[in-house]
Design a protein around this ligand. Structure first.
Ligand code: IPM
Ligand code: MG
Length: 372
């Protein structure tokens, strides 16, 4: 029996191609795993009306970890139109299977390392090495939303908050509401992980990013919790910043930041900004990490226009595989993959289109495999 059981979730479009690339490297390194395919994504939505079918969820529960490729995702109305005729008008609603997976398995932490590998022609600056800890199940993406606003929700808010008055005459059918629900536990967990990471890797500061000057209650909770937790880590500084200014500083002085901690939506935004600093989507990987289970992914989408061409850069997926090995405790193998990636990047002879080259997805994977 293999040592690990891995949920293999290629998804749509180029998700399949980058996962094929990942297998080349994982096999080369003799990662002792059984890979179990799981259906997920747009194609499954179209034919089954569920982008993350129950059978996939059950299968994932039997696995140690998952590796996920990419999915296509479209707005609600378009999603319904693309369903097979049998499933039309049944009131089926498309939900992002990634977001659902995070909530279903309580993958509360989204870790996004953004490292500028030396010699990457796409680096915005050299010397960037940032780990982003994004809360992954609460906050603005927690999913508690209304449209139109139900009367009783309106009334309860009106009774409890003077600011509801200004919406009084607009009509409930004209009001949409998305909530940002944050818990002390959720804040504490993500902040603690940032500090633990700082301690483990000898970093000098943890930057907690929010907007407490405006979002007084949720942002306030985040910052107060951060101050409490920081006391347990005497040698590590807590830097408190606002999301807007932080975006500017990340462009100005990205090397100054090593660990960023943020709520779900702010973390989502920071992650894309930071990803672009180190080469863009071809280099951006993420771990969705829970207490006993985790799913790793490149953060890019399914790139329909490139599907079938084996053009996209698989490095993000290879880095996701590396993160998976790290999380499973296979540190030596993880290290080998990362060194191989780093060597291929700095040599510069094999490059995908985004890096200015013309090598294919699989050629890049072979080049990395050749160095492990
Ligand atoms: C990400 C993506 C997802 C998110 C989308 C596809 C739901 O942007 O993983 O960052 O916002 O979490
Ligand atoms: Mg995102």
């Amino acid at each position: 029996m293999a040592k690990y059981r891995i949920a293999w979730l290629p998804g749509d479009g180029v998700g399949n191609e980058v996962m094929e690339a990942a297998r080349i490297v994982l096999d080369k390194i003799n990662f002792d795993a059984e890979y179990v395919h799981g259906d997920i994504g747009w194609e499954i939505w179209k034919t089954e009306g569920d982008a993350l079918p129950q059978r996939t969820i059950e299968m994932m529960k039997t696995c140690d970890a998952g590796l996920f490729g990419a999915i296509t995702s479209k707005p609600k109305e378009e999603a319904e139109k693309e369903l097979v005729p049998d499933l039309q008008d049944k009131g089926l609603v498309y939900f992002s299977p990634i977001v659902r997976m995070r909530q279903e398995f309580n993958l509360h932490t989204n870790l996004r390392p953004c490292k500028a590998y030396p010699g990457n022609p796409l680096n915005f600056k050299e010397g960037i090495d940032i780990a982003i800890f994004r809360e992954n199940t609460e906050g603005m993406y927690g999913g508690v939303e209304f449209f139109p606003l139900p009367q009783d929700v309106y009334d309860a808010l009106d009774r409890n908050h003077p600011k509801m008055k200004k919406f009084k005459d607009k009509g409930l059918e004209n009001i949409a509401m998305s909530t940002r629900i944050m818990t002390k536990q959720g804040c504490a967990s993500i902040i603690t992980q940032g500090f633990e990471y700082a301690k483990k890797f000898g970093k000098k500061a943890v930057t907690v990013v929010d907007k407490p000057n405006v979002l007084r209650e949720t942002g306030g909770l985040m910052i107060r919790t951060a101050r409490e937790i920081a006391k347990n880590y005497p040698g590590i500084e807590l830097w408190e910043t606002n999301i807007d200014a932080q975006c500017m500083w990340l462009v100005k002085n990205p090397q100054d930041y090593e660990i960023l901690v943020a709520e779900n939506m702010f973390g989502d935004i920071l992650s894309d900004l930071a990803a672009q600093l180190i080469g863009g989507l071809g280099f951006a990987c993420a771990g969705n990490i829970g207490d006993g289970f985790a799913v790793f992914e490149p953060t890019h989408g399914s790139a329909p226009k490139y599907f079938g061409q084996y053009k996209v850069n698989p490095i993000a997926t290879l880095l996701a595989a590396k993160m998976m090995l790290e999380w499973l405790g296979e540190l030596e193998k993880a290290e080998k993959i990362e060194s191989a990636i780093s060597a291929v990047i700095s040599e510069g002879t094999v490059r995908t289109y985004d890096m200015g080259g013309s090598n294919t997805t699989l050629e890049m994977a072979e080049a990395v495999a050749g160095k492990v």
